[in-house]
Write a protein that binds this ligand. Structure first.
Ligand code: GRF
Length: 212
């Protein structure tokens, strides 16, 4: 008798946020619409580096466990990094997604989650890394910018690129108008990439990410 095919288990995602959490919401909406099994992943917890943000509220409203790990509650940056790694580990994630998480993680976090820690950045890396990617592209006079979903390494927005989306800069753009248009593309890209990583598996070959 042929063996019954074993249903693939949805991958466990922990999502880290620092702000409004619209990227998180896009993931939650897609998973709710598609179903956990078909999407290939579920959000098992949402973590933040600060309290009182909409990103956490979005998770709480749908009953997803949340945690907060603030730098100022720890003696050193290394201690914070270890505490964050422990808080994330407690939820046994397959993938960790930084969706607008405005902190650089350290050695301990990367030792545990390197190669499965995905970030989204609002510029076309390697141009305009850092906390002000949108403002910097605008100030530089770039005519196109966009967003990059990449794996996190020990640099600032330097890890292997998984996918990018392009957005044209308009003459009348200010930082907020441009960022809003980037975020529309970014949310779709993140949802697509995380689902494909979860469903298909992937390997990282040097700077190249191959989704199987
Ligand atoms: C995104 O554009 C992300 O790339 C940047 O901050 C924004 C977060 O937006 N680092 P949200 O909190 O998901 O709405």
């Amino acid at each position: 008798m042929a063996a019954k095919p074993v249903a693939k288990q949805a991958k466990r995602l922990v999502v880290l946020v620092s702000g409004s959490g619209t990227n998180l919401q896009a993931l939650l909406d897609e998973i709710a619409a598609t179903g956990t099994e078909a999407y290939g992943a579920e959000v098992v917890a949402v973590g933040a580096d600060r309290e009182g943000i909409e990103g956490l509220a979005r998770a709480e409203r749908v009953g997803i466990p949340t945690f907060v790990c603030r730098v100022k509650d720890h003696g050193t940056r290394e201690e914070w990094d270890t505490a964050l790694a422990e808080a994330v580990s407690a939820h046994e994630p397959d993938l960790v997604v930084s969706a607008g998480f405005m902190k650089i993680v350290g050695k301990e976090f990367l030792a545990r989650f390197g190669g499965r820690f995905v970030n989204t950045h609002p510029a076309l890396l390697p141009s305009f890394p850092g906390a002000h990617g949108v403002r910097d592209a605008l100030a530089y006079g770039a005519r196109v910018t966009g967003c990059t979903v990449h794996f996190v390494d020990d640099g600032v927005d330097t890890g292997p690129i998984i996918a990018q989306g392009v957005v044209e800069v308009r003459d009348e753009d200010d930082e907020s108008a441009l960022h809003e248009r980037i975020k529309e593309v970014e949310r779709r890209l993140l949802v697509d990439v995380v689902g494909r990583l979860a469903r298909n598996g992937y390997r990282i070959e040097g700077r190249k990410v191959v989704i199987q």
